[in-house]
Design a protein around this ligand. Structure first.
Ligand SMILES: C[S@@+](CC[C@H](N)C(=O)[O-])C[C@H]1O[C@@H](n2cnc3c(N)ncnc32)[C@H](O)[C@@H]1O
Length: 240
């Protein structure tokens, strides 16, 4: 692994991901987490300050020891035990049905075999557990999507494996995760190539008939409504 990947990229990533506009999205998903939590692609631990008192303990997994060293610093300031593991979400070292919540923020884009990682998430979630996520990916606008597909082979080489063109809802559905609450749209300012997001919660389809899983709620920003970079999450509401 080169100097860029090992030394420079982790520092840049930590800086970029501290953007205050990301904080509100972090707060939303981390604030919902409870019990025994697994965060995949925990990176430098930027979600840690947003977890609430309902978290009993947290396991964070990431392949980057450089980012995990930064996460370890941040873990010193939270009020619950944190275990940090070097590894991949494609092969979680956790027992079946052992986790209440899996959290993922801007991580599914970077995992080489994302389908395998999603299957692992489904495997480790307990009955009644939830996958809480904020992810960017393939925009619904054909021209943006075309540019995302074109740019991804180059972009992922310099951006830690990040794919701009992953169809997140389809990937979740294929893996047996049912969206329970989702908000989608150009949720952040900036070029549309990078800013189409989904945030919400999904549950294993095997659970989808019970408890909170019974009623889905999807909120989206209609692509046409987001005609400039300031269009955010207060768009259309729809019942699923
Ligand atoms: C854009 S960063 C997001 C970091 C962090 N989740 C955040 O919100 O700041 C993508 C993260 O995915 C991690 N990642 C890449 N491949 C992975 C894999 N196979 N399993 C788990 N995490 C992975 C990277 O090391 C990096 O920390």
């Amino acid at each position: 692994m080169g100097l860029w990947q090992r030394r420079i990229f982790p520092v840049l990533l930590d800086r970029v991901m501290q953007n205050r506009r990301l904080a509100e999205l972090r707060r939303r998903i981390a604030g919902e987490a409870r019990g025994c939590v697994l965060e995949i692609g925990i990176g430098s631990g930027l979600n840690l300050p947003f977890y609430g008192r309902s978290v009993e303990h947290l396991t964070g997994i990431d392949p980057s020891p450089e980012l995990l060293a930064r996460a370890a610093e941040r873990a010193r300031w939270v009020g619950f035990p944190v275990r940090l593991l070097t590894g991949s979400a494609e092969e979680l070292p956790l027992a079946d049905r052992s986790v209440d919540c899996v959290v993922s923020s801007w991580t599914l884009c970077s995992i080489p075999d994302v389908r395998r990682a999603l299957a692992e998430i489904v495997r480790v979630l307990r009955p009644g557990g939830a996958f809480l996520f904020v992810e960017h990916g393939l925009a619904p606008d054909p021209r943006v999507a075309c540019a995302q597909r074109w740019l991804t082979p180059f972009w992922r080489r310099i951006a830690g494996g990040c794919h701009l063109d992953r169809p997140v809802p389809e990937l979740l559905a294929e893996s047996g995760l049912q969206l329970q609450e989702v908000e989608s749209g150009y949720l952040l300012p900036g070029p549309r190539l990078f800013t189409y997001h989904w945030t919400g919660r999904a549950v294993p389809a095997r659970e989808a008939g019970s408890g909170r899983a019974g009623g889905g709620n999807a909120r989206g920003v209609h692509p046409d409504a987001a005609s400039d970079s300031r269009s955010h999450a207060d768009g259309l509401r729809a019942r699923r």
